[in-house]
Design a binder for this molecule. Structure first.
Ligand code: GAP
Length: 439
């Protein structure tokens, strides 16, 4: 993991938030390459969920919502972790932190940071939602929350979307957006952060058909994840046992990836039954029933949710892509990213900065970048430039050499994965690359 974190910083994928001030715990910024990678993941998700399906609509709900939303959703009462504090060093831990020796609150308990004995408090419930104040006066009435999941923005808009889009049940609403949780367990890079992005879809179905749709969406999401190119042996489904289920869930599966720190969830598929819509109907006093036009039946729809983290998906993709290999007696670090996810699709490199090669390379670059994210690099030896692109995960490097300028207008195209070079007419480059970047 340390090697990946260092590559992510060196190449501009991920930086620590507010680094020059010593950093802000469990908050990360995406640099030029990271921003592209995440945007590619989100665009792929949106395409498959919204554009490729007639029965799903998109939504972009606000982060700030009426505080009653979070009472209705159960987050005010139930979105808590049991925590203990060390009275000596003032650090805070989850009560089930395996690094704690002994029983918190008892004299034998030992703080995992300062080592003091008997200084850990008994566990107390701590709500993970960030609070803030709306309006000019900091009083309880104006206290609101930063949303801890995007799903609630979908539930409170379900009737608006249903009526404006003229959909019928079964149908879904998809949204990508930021969520915030005051997580206590630190670490593992971008795996568990306090600010993150979710890609969530809520599928509204007739009660009784929910289990079939739950199976359907579990398989669909697994196929989508496999399509990112992740190694199949590092993917698995995990069904929640009764003690793992969230307060809203009737049934749930995690899609897990084997990260360097172990198997962990990066997407969940949940059968939320009518928990959310019933609670919003109760708390808002507004009818949220659906009238089935075919049968004249009225019911509160059940919801099957697919909830993926854009950051965790990006982390799984990066972990999976990271390879070190020996090439000509040297270690090559390469990110074998799926071409559709790679931040830069093609690098254009003049072999040397003379004899018309820079001008030819510029022309090729200017043509390509109208269509794909291309990068021009003319500094340093050609070997070093290739290595830099390998570390960035760029699938193709186009080199302009003497033959390109003086003989036949062809360039070499080097493949990141096979290291093979092919000569291609500069005029045919876009066709050549497009067919290989698709998928
Ligand atoms: N709406 C349901 C929901 O939010 P969740 O299992 O709590 O369910 C869904 O979260 C996904 O959101 C997770 O699989 C993960 O990818 C992402 N996620 C949750 N908490 C996160 C955190 N603290 N940091 C990064 N991603 C997180």
């Amino acid at each position: 993991m340390d090697k990946l974190v260092s590559l992510a910083k060196r190449r501009g994928f991920v930086f620590q938030s507010s680094e020059i001030y010593g950093g802000l715990g469990s908050v990360w910024d995406y640099g030029p390459l990271g921003a592209e990678l995440k945007a590619n993941i989100k665009a792929r998700w949106w395409r498959s969920m919204v554009h490729e399906r007639e029965d799903i609509e998109g939504l972009d709900a606000a982060i700030l919502m009426h505080p009653k939303v979070w009472e209705a959703s159960g987050h005010v009462a139930g979105f808590t972790d049991p925590l203990v504090d060390c009275k000596h060093c003032k650090n805070r831990f989850r009560a089930d932190d395996p690094a704690i020796k002994g029983t918190p609150g008892q004299p034998d308990a030992q703080c995992p940071v300062c080592g003091s004995k008997g200084t850990l408090t008994a566990p107390r419930l701590f709500n993970l939602m960030f609070k803030t104040f709306m309006g000019p006066v900091e009083e309880a009435a104006a206290q609101i929350y930063l949303r801890p999941e995007t799903a609630q923005g979908i539930y409170v808009n379900y009737l608006n979307v249903l009526q404006s889009s003229r959909q019928r049940i079964p149908f879904g609403i998809a949204q990508i957006g930021k969520a915030f949780r005051n997580e206590i367990t630190p670490g593992n890079f971008t795996f568990r952060t306090r600010e993150f992005e979710q890609m969530e879809m809520q599928f509204f179905v007739k009660p009784g058909s929910d289990e079939g749709w739950f199976d359907f969406w579990r398989e669909e999401r697994l196929k989508w994840v496999q399509g990112l190119g992740l190694r199949p042996e590092r993917l698995r489904l995990h069904r929640h046992g009764p003690t793992e289920l969230a307060h809203y869930a009737k049934d749930a599966y995690d899609i897990q990836y084997e990260f360097p720190f172990g198997w962990n969830e990066f997407e969940g598929i949940h059968n939320r039954a009518d928990f959310d819509l019933s609670r919003h109907q109760q708390f808002s006093g507004k009818k949220l029933e659906y009238l089935d036009p075919a049968t004249n039946e009225r019911f509160i729809p059940y919801v099957v949710e697919t909830s993926a983290g854009a950051d965790r998906t990006a982390l799984a993709v990066l972990c999976d892509a990271y390879h070190e290999e020996e090439v000509a007696g040297e270690t090559r670090v390469v990110l074998r990213l799926h071409p559709a996810l790679a931040p830069i699709k093609v690098a254009v490199l003049p072999l040397v900065n003379k004899d018309g090669m820079p001008e030819f390379a510029r022309r090729v670059f200017d043509d390509l970048r109208k269509h794909v994210n291309a990068f021009h690099d003319d500094s340093g030896s050609i070997g070093r430039r290739y290595r830099r692109q390998d570390e960035a995960g760029t699938p193709f490097a186009v080199t302009v050499d003497g033959q390109s300028v003086a003989e036949d207008g062809t360039v070499t195209v080097r493949s990141r994965d096979t290291l093979q070079q092919e000569r291609v007419a500069a005029a045919q480059l876009l066709d050549y690359l497009s067919s290989r970047l698709r998928g």
